[in-house]
Design a protein around this ligand. Structure first.
Ligand code: MG
Length: 265
């Protein structure tokens, strides 16, 4: 992961720009969710997201990310079924009964927003819809802990506790992150941890929380494209993410159609 190694403190003016970037990400989610259907390719969804970026006067966070030898070629990540994260949009045509994770990032005037969701394409078995529901619940449990005065371990512990009774694999090799002028900044935000431990959270921080849960084990493999991360056992995986701003008023989720104050100070 490239990006800063230190935690940057954002101002109210910085957060205003991150909220616009987050609104664009939410619009990319809405448009791709509406377009995703059997027969539609992941490349077509990438095109849908590109149009939204243009409408919002935003730049893509993901396009060109990574090394010069192998930059990420899409504006969104599309990760179907056993793909966990970082799937490349391409010729894969969605099928009835698939699940699809879409991760989108946008930059407004130099400031980033980053969020992901997983959806079912048509009907899926109860254990699969449960995987999706539990992963989203874990994201919101983590967000509830992302407040000034708490510690980083409070987030991870809350996320992990939601997965545990369902016996889901919690990805440890990939984590959430600080976000701001860079998509990936310090600190790392793991989906596991001990309550009351770790870095103290403070006003001025911005964090991307992103639980990734598997029906099987947490073990993962990177495909030959050097991007797509899949489960080692081939079982399916879900991913939800939001960007949370620790503002002077309280914690705000920026990557929703309207920014949402989840905890006032
Ligand atoms: Mg992220």
């Amino acid at each position: 992961m490239n990006g800063t190694r230190f935690i940057t403190k954002k101002t109210a003016a910085d957060f205003e720009k991150m909220i616009i970037a987050g609104g664009c990400v939410a619009a990319m989610h809405d448009a791709t969710r509406a377009a995703a259907a059997p027969g539609v390719t992941t490349k077509e969804l990438d095109e849908v997201a590109r149009v939204v970026l243009t409408e919002w006067d935003c730049a893509p966070s993901f396009l060109g990310y990574g090394s010069q030898q192998n930059p990420f070629p899409g504006v969104i990540c599309t990760s179907p079924n056993s793909a966990i994260v970082h799937g490349i949009p391409g010729n894969y045509a969605l099928r009835d009964g698939d699940i699809l994770s879409i991760d989108a990032g946008a930059i407004y005037d130099g400031w980033h927003g980053d969020a992901a969701f997983t959806m079912a394409i048509g009907e899926v078995p109860p254990e699969v819809s449960n995987l999706i529901e539990v992963t989203e619940n874990a994201l919101w449990a983590g967000i509830a802990q992302a407040v000034h005065g708490n510690r980083l371990g409070d987030i991870g512990a809350a996320v992990e506790a939601v997965a545990e009774p369902h016996g889901l694999g919690v990805i440890r090799d990939y984590v959430g992150h600080g976000i701001g002028r860079q998509m990936h900044e310090a600190p790392s935000v793991p989906n596991y941890g001990r309550a009351g431990k770790g870095l103290r959270l403070k006003t001025g921080m911005a964090l991307a929380l992103e639980p990734m849960f598997n029906l099987g084990t947490e073990a993962s493999v990177v495909l030959d494209d050097e991007w797509t991360v899949v489960t080692a056992d081939g079982k399916w995986s879900a991913h939800f993410e939001h960007t949370v701003l620790l503002t002077q008023d309280g914690s705000v989720v920026s990557t929703l159609p309207e920014p949402k104050l989840v905890r006032s100070l």
